[in-house]
Design a protein around this ligand. Structure first.
Ligand code: ITT
Length: 199
């Protein structure tokens, strides 16, 4: 019977990206929802690594299986890296994904026009049932676009300009995004790590 690897995220868009990115022979990738786990992990670190580890440790203990968790976000250099680890909580609590990205767009539009450099970051934490821990990091550099564009992706994708492609992240197909994204890059490292650890 296949062993289980848990993708520990409450974000359905992230889960779908992992489902496309991660296939490991002999292992079944399951979500928290598949396991009926509804509890919320603590997430009060100040770095992507701390938060990813907090989430992976918590859900590894809840599930008893190999667990991976992802902490990710967008950082604008001219805003001293904000929103960064606070990307999911940027602005006031009533904002949804679109409200947060319009707030970031408006904030950047008020800066000097040269100050649009930004990067997506993703840290994946892997925790094994025995307690061994690993992290993988992925980054994707770009700019904050001048307006929202594109219907794909999620979160800040419609305002993230991918220079190499001449369009926003949300204008790429899911396959194109996964090939260049922060998460796609972190998963490339994770696959190498898992093949070493699991054989
Ligand atoms: P989990 O903690 O349950 O995984 P979350 O959505 O709260 O879900 P994070 O704390 O890591 O996840 O917050 C990441 C936020 O950064 C997310 O809400 C998005 O707004 C943004 N983000 C992360 N990856 C992104 C991507 O690939 N494209 C666009 N925005 C992204």
């Amino acid at each position: 019977m296949d062993q289980i690897i848990v993708i520990a995220t409450g974000n359905e868009h992230k889960r779908a990206e992992y489902a496309a990115l991660l296939t490991i022979p002999g292992y079944r990738i399951v979500s928290l929802r598949d396991l009926g786990i509804v509890a919320d992990a603590p997430e009060d670190g100040t770095t992507f690594i701390e938060n990813a580890l907090q989430k992976a440790r918590y859900y590894a203990q809840q599930s008893g299986h190999i667990t991976i968790a992802d902490d990710s976000g967008i950082s604008v250099a001219a805003l001293d890296g904000a929103p960064g680890v606070y990307s999911a909580r940027y602005g006031t609590p009533d904002l949804d994904d679109r409200g947060r990205r319009l707030l970031l767009l408006d904030t950047v539009n008020r800066l000097n026009p040269v100050d649009r450099a930004a990067a997506f970051s993703c840290v994946i934490a892997l925790v094994l049932p025995g307690g061994r821990e690993f992290t993988c990091v992925g980054r994707c550099d770009g700019f904050i676009a001048h307006t929202e564009e594109g219907a794909g992706g999620f979160g800040y994708d419609p305002i993230f300009w991918v220079s190499a492609r001449g369009c926003t992240m949300a204008s790429l197909s899911a396959e194109e995004k996964n090939a260049i994204s922060h998460r796609g890059r972190a998963v490339q490292q994770l696959k190498i790590l898992l093949s070493e650890l699991l054989g």
